[in-house]
Write a protein that binds this ligand. Structure first.
Ligand SMILES: [Ca+2]
Ligand SMILES: [Ca+2]
Ligand SMILES: [Ca+2]
Ligand SMILES: [Ca+2]
Length: 389
């Protein structure tokens, strides 16, 4: 889509250029965020130092990846570096580049820091570099002869000015070091272009000192370290964080199980044990018998945390714990019958042989015993029944 629009735009521009070139930059800076350059039939945008052109060809994005040309190393929690010798900027542009990289122009508030910087410059010059002039983060732009560092603090007791004579067109300070001469600060017009030295608070989080479940906060210089804070739901010293076991501080019912919820959740969940109901912090027995007789075929008996089924006389509980099966009383000791035991659903019946009669007790038989004929008859009768089956 963008390609189509761009092609149409270029064709249009070419058509107009054949008549007379339009200066796109004359109107609204050509849409460029920073610099617009007109050319015959077209125009282009470019960006100030420290910025890169956006893919739309118009906007300028900060360039956080700008590589320092010369890394001086770390000093009291600051990383100090200078621009490439070919990169010379006005004071405000140089200050912007340092700011984009998270710092300021270097602030030299004591002789030890100046010595650190000058030692590095000496090393550079012995490696073939020539003495140079650098912007440092000091100016009196706001109030003539009241010098402020880039962080807003006033110039202290330490300085390397060669002259502090009042001046009106020169407001910004440079550091230069020539061989066999002491380093000197000069006040120069801010629009001059020089190399520059930046300092940025070293980000101690870059070395990942914290646990993966911690937030790293760099501590401002002169501190060298970072502070690690475990994220919500975790506990520890930050270099080591573990999921907080919220069950240690949660009061579930004695008849509930506590389950810690994983971070970032801060809480735990209480679940009533089987046979209990409630929100987990309070659990009460479920009366299983109240609904559908607990599934029991005969009798349901509720108890705390459970229930049980039982059966009426003459039945035994099935292995499933619910159904009731007929008890075959005759299988045990002939049901207590003296003679014949006949099992029935839910009961059994004793009966007697031949002329015998069942006693009132329902079990024993009275009468003449051992009559040969009926017994044989019975045997024949039973045999006949067996044959029929
Ligand atoms: Ca730091
Ligand atoms: Ca947890
Ligand atoms: Ca129960
Ligand atoms: Ca029975």
């Amino acid at each position: 889509m963008r390609q189509l629009v761009l092609t149409a735009f270029l064709l249009g521009s070419l058509a107009m250029a054949s008549a007379s070139d339009v200066d796109e930059c004359a109107s609204n800076n050509g849409g460029c965020a920073h610099t617009c350059t007109n050319s015959v039939g077209s125009f282009s945008c470019s960006c100030r130092a420290g910025y890169v052109l956006n893919a739309d060809g118009l906007a300028c994005d900060e360039n956080p990846g700008l590589e320092p040309a010369s890394n001086f190393g770390d000093y009291q929690g600051y990383r100090i570096w200078s621009s490439d010798r070919h990169q010379r900027l006005s004071y405000s542009d140089a200050r912007d580049v340092c700011r984009i990289n998270g710092g300021t122009l270097v602030m030299i508030k004591d002789s030890a820091k100046q010595t650190f910087i000058v030692d590095h410059l000496k090393k550079e010059s012995t490696q073939g570099g020539r003495a140079r002039r650098f912007w440092i983060g000091l100016d009196d732009l706001n109030d003539e002869n009241v010098f402020l560092w880039n962080d807003g603090t006033p110039l202290g007791a330490f300085d390397s000015f060669q002259s502090t004579a009042p001046h009106t067109i020169r407001d910004c300070v440079t550091l230069s070091k020539k061989a066999r001469r002491a380093p000197r600060w000069d006040i120069k017009p801010c629009t001059n272009s020089y190399s520059y030295i930046c300092q940025m608070d070293f980000d101690a989080c870059l070395s990942n000192p914290c646990d993966v479940n911690a937030v790293c906060t760099d501590n401002p210089a002169p501190a060298l370290d970072a502070t690690c804070t475990c994220k919500a739901g975790y506990e520890g010293d930050g270099t080591s964080c573990s999921d907080i076991d919220a069950c240690l501080s949660t009061s579930c019912d004695v008849n509930a199980v506590c389950t810690d919820n994983p971070a970032p959740a801060l809480d735990a969940t209480c679940n009533c044990n089987a046979g209990y109901e409630g929100d987990g912090t309070s659990c009460s027995d479920i009366d299983e018998c109240a609904s559908n007789n607990g599934g029991c075929a005969h009798t349901c008996t509720n108890n705390v945390g459970s229930f049980s089924c039982s059966c009426r006389a003459g039945y035994v509980l099935n292995n499933d714990g619910f159904a009731c099966d007929d008890d075959n009383e005759c299988s045990r000791n002939n049901g207590g019958c003296q003679r014949v035991c006949t099992n029935t659903e839910g009961s059994f019946i004793c009966s007697c042989n031949g002329q015998e009669e069942l006693n009132a007790d329902g079990f024993s038989c009275d009468g003449k015993l051992g009559l040969p004929l009926p017994r044989r008859l019975c045997v024949c009768s039973c045999f006949a029944i067996s044959l029929r089956d």
